[in-house]
Design a protein around this ligand. Structure first.
Ligand SMILES: [Zn+2]
Length: 264
């Protein structure tokens, strides 16, 4: 899928978690719902850091371009080192390491640990990166038309404001992990979820996605998971833009209504 559909599906997934949490009597305070949905929208673009034309690889100028090259090399090396004889040879690292559950868990776990150790500054850094990505993904038309610097400024100001709003136990820095020593641990959850939702989105496209690596399926270790061929579509096709995007939007609204208990 392309950036906008990925980020919208990420936001929707977190709003769904919010609805489930409310149903299970552990409702999210609204800042947790909003911040989590934005983080998840941003995180749902992150796996494509292995592709130089992707939104995330262009979003932070030379920094993300350099990171993209490194990630591509690491991904390719991991693929080559762990492929079985049934996995095809490939020439680059796109849709390999960063498109697996292992990557999702490591990245989310790393961010949780950083927020837990680093406190406010780490939270600000995580928020900044994900707010810029969320802007690029959710408001892609406007983001394309404006300068990078403006997007970074917007990302920084929104990260600053949201970190302030979040910074109390009623507002959610202690959501789910309620012990004072566990503040902000939940911040890795939307990051794991965003990456997984990205992989599922890619699995629906023609080439599939090796989400389960390194768990072998058949003789392949990098099995490109996906539904039967007739249910798949091409990235950026009309199915994605005219069907999936509106469906994600409606599901997101339903999730938000459930999460905030608007009707009850
Ligand atoms: Zn992808």
């Amino acid at each position: 899928m392309m950036g906008p559909a990925h980020s919208l599906s990420g936001a929707t997934a977190w709003l769904g978690v919010g609805a489930a949490a409310a149903a299970l009597d552990n409702p999210m305070p609204w800042p947790t719902l909003v911040v989590g949905a934005l983080i998840c929208a941003g995180a749902a673009l992150a796996p494509d850091l292995d592709h130089k034309a992707a939104t995330i690889s262009r979003a932070f100028g030379p920094v993300s371009r350099a990171l993209c090259e490194i990630i591509d090399k690491i991904s390719y090396a991991t693929y080559t080192a762990t492929r079985s004889t049934a996995d095809p040879r490939r020439s680059g690292g796109h849709r390999t390491l960063t498109h697996t559950w292992v990557w999702a868990v490591l990245l989310g776990g790393g961010c949780s640990a950083a927020a837990w150790w680093g406190g406010r500054w780490a939270v600000l850094a995580i928020l900044f990166v994900h707010m810029v990505l969320a802007l690029e993904g959710l408001l892609w038309k406007q983001a394309r038309a404006s300068s990078d610097i403006l997007i970074w400024l917007l990302g920084a100001t929104s990260a600053w404001m949201l970190a302030d709003v979040l910074d109390s136990t009623e507002n959610g820095k202690g959501w789910l992990f309620t012990d004072p020593s566990q503040h902000y641990l939940w911040i890795g959850l939307p990051i794991v979820l965003g990456a997984l939702v990205h992989c599922i989105g890619d699995a629906l496209t023609v080439s599939g996605c090796p989400i389960l690596w390194p768990i072998p399926i058949g003789r392949k270790r990098w099995y490109p998971l996906g539904p039967p061929k007739f249910m798949r579509f091409r990235a950026g096709s009309w199915v994605e833009i005219k069907v999936l995007t509106p469906v994600f939007f409606l599901l997101g609204v339903a999730g938000a209504v459930g999460a905030l208990n608007v009707l009850g």
